[in-house]
Design a protein around this ligand. Structure first.
Ligand code: NAP
Length: 296
């Protein structure tokens, strides 16, 4: 059994490397007269969403990506939002479209997501991209799971043959994460709210990815000694010292058993934005490729 503390997986440092790669790609595209552009659409005044959008735009500009911001009032109807998306789909100078979720309750998220042209769907949520991911095609892949894969690659190298347990089965994190791990030749188990003895299943894992939304659910008793732990959870909790962000993993307890672990904040969070910008470059290249094919 390991008796030293787990190494912290430094998401900020790894995200900075990804952003440098993006900036280099943007410089390369500039040689062909192309500047990738990302349109970010925010409906309403949700505070957390405003912070996310501000960060995404700031990072995009730092990487040399042109950003277009569409701030629509809370009263925006679905038809109006669909019109904005149709305009962005048709604009050849827009390469990526991101609609910040959650949307107001009056708008159907599924309808909006599937209105985005799949080749501009930098969140990778459109069914075309979801299906393509499952089939191992070159498509736009959801940012958070892609970022987690990079963290694993940097931490473990080849993960082929490892047993990975993903806790959570959402469309945006759990399911695509499990698919990417499978593509990396892991044996994958998915644990969810109906799983019988989730902790026992998790104790079999070499790699644990937690995406639940329950602060501190996973503690040392869920982990095999030496497991690598990726904590996707972002939960705001109140403490006597004020509110703070914590993950789904009880960090203090888990780091006594794991071999490596992502802190919250500073683990997965920065990777999500970095991979959004990577996806914007990938989308730009896919669009250029498809335009060239049309000419042939
Ligand atoms: P979600 O859609 O609410 O899904 C949560 C999943 O956890 C569900 O599949 C649910 O199972 C499962 N679950 C709930 N209680 C459980 C339990 N006791 N044991 C095992 N599984 C349980 O959440 P999400 O969108 O995937 O997000 C998960 C967390 O990641 C949240 O904290 C979110 O804020 C965070 N997040 C972070 C980033 C980032 O950039 N770091 C990005 C996205 C999300 P059922 O399907 O059976 O209900």
């Amino acid at each position: 059994m390991s008796n030293s503390f787990a190494k912290d997986i430094d998401g900020k440092a790894i995200a900075a490397c990804v952003l440098e790669e993006v900036a280099a790609d943007v410089r390369e595209l500039a040689l062909h007269g192309v500047t990738p552009a990302l349109a970010v659409v925010l409906v309403g005044s949700d505070e957390a969403s405003q912070v996310y959008v501000r960060n995404k735009i700031l990072r995009a500009e730092q990487a040399g990506i042109r950003s277009l911001e569409y701030r629509l009032p809370n009263t925006t109807g679905q038809a109006e939002l669909l019109e904005v998306i149709a305009e962005l789909n048709a604009d050849p100078l827009v390469n990526g479209i991101l609609v910040q979720l959650p949307l107001p309750a009056s708008i159907n998220e599924g309808v909006v997501i599937h209105a985005i042209d799949p080749i501009k769907d930098v969140d990778g949520f459109h069914r075309h991209n979801v299906g393509g991911l499952v089939q191992g095609q070159e498509v736009l892949t959801p940012c958070t799971p892609s970022g987690c894969m990079r963290l694993l690659e940097e931490t473990c190298g080849d993960i082929s043959g490892k047993h990975a347990v993903v806790i959570g089965r959402s469309n945006i994190v759990g399911k695509p994460m499990a698919t990417l791990l499978l593509q990396a030749h892991c044996s994958v188990s998915i644990v969810h709210s109906r799983s019988v003895d989730a902790a026992a299943l998790c104790r079999l894992a070499d790699i644990v990815v937690a995406a639940v939304g329950r602060p501190g659910l996973i503690d040392a008793s869920w982990l095999k000694p030496g497991a690598v732990v990726i904590d996707v959870g972002i939960n705001r909790i109140d403490t006597p010292e004020g509110s703070r962000l914590v993950g789904d993993v009880d960090y203090a307890s888990a780091r006594a058993v794991a071999s490596a672990i992502t802190p919250v904040p500073g683990g997965v969070g920065p990777m999500t934005i970095a991979y959004l910008l990577k996806n914007t470059v990938i989308a730009t290249r896919l669009q250029r490729k498809s335009a060239l094919m049309e000419k042939i």
